[in-house]
Design a protein around this ligand. Structure first.
Ligand code: SF4
Length: 170
């Protein structure tokens, strides 16, 4: 219920200008008792179209990579720091990140994940909470484009899946 309230606040939010010109807010999705949370920076065009996080090419790439290690998307809570897409998918400005960050902080407080996976630039902007294990990985869109990044991404996914498996056994 608390998460539903948070979603309603995001749907009506005008704390920054980003809501203008978007089709949908993208608050996040997944079980509210997920042990693992994945955090990206902001939604792209397909996410704006559907209102769902990580449904574009990069999201599908990540989902497939995790699935190869037996980790199902449905078991993860997936969200972004910034809940509305930005014009031409530009990087959100610091003021926009600052305006939206309280939603992510509240999601972390409600879900209390054991692991938070930070994708690409989101790593710098996400405040750390004591007691949670943070895992930074290359953004899947960079892994799709560059061989070196892809190799690094694959290694990180291998390590991450091992960490997740251990968490699931707890
Ligand atoms: S991006 Fe975040 S702070 Fe800005 S309007 Fe959307 S929900 Fe509100």
């Amino acid at each position: 219920m608390a998460m539903d309230n948070l979603y309603m606040q995001v749907y009506g939010c005008k704390r920054c200008q980003l809501w203008q010109g978007t089709k949908h807010a993208v608050p996040g999705e997944g079980p509210s008792n997920a042990k693992v949370m994945i955090v990206g920076q902001n939604p792209g065009a397909e996410e704006d179209e559907t209102g769902r996080p990580f449904v574009g090419r990069a999201g599908k790439y990540l989902t497939k990579a995790l699935f190869e290690y037996g980790i199902r998307r449905e078991d993860l809570y997936i969200t972004n720091i910034v809940k509305h897409t930005s014009p031409k998918n530009r990087k959100p400005y610091p003021a926009e990140v600052g305006a939206c960050l309280p939603y992510l902080q509240e999601q972390i407080r409600l879900i209390q994940p054991q692991i938070i996976v930070l994708l690409g630039a989101s790593a710098k902007e996400t405040p750390r909470v004591a007691g949670i294990k943070y895992f930074e990985i290359v953004h899947p869109s960079a892994a799709m484009r560059f061989t070196k990044m892809r190799e690094k991404f694959r290694k990180q996914i291998t390590e991450l899946s091992e960490q997740i498996r251990q968490t699931q056994q707890l």
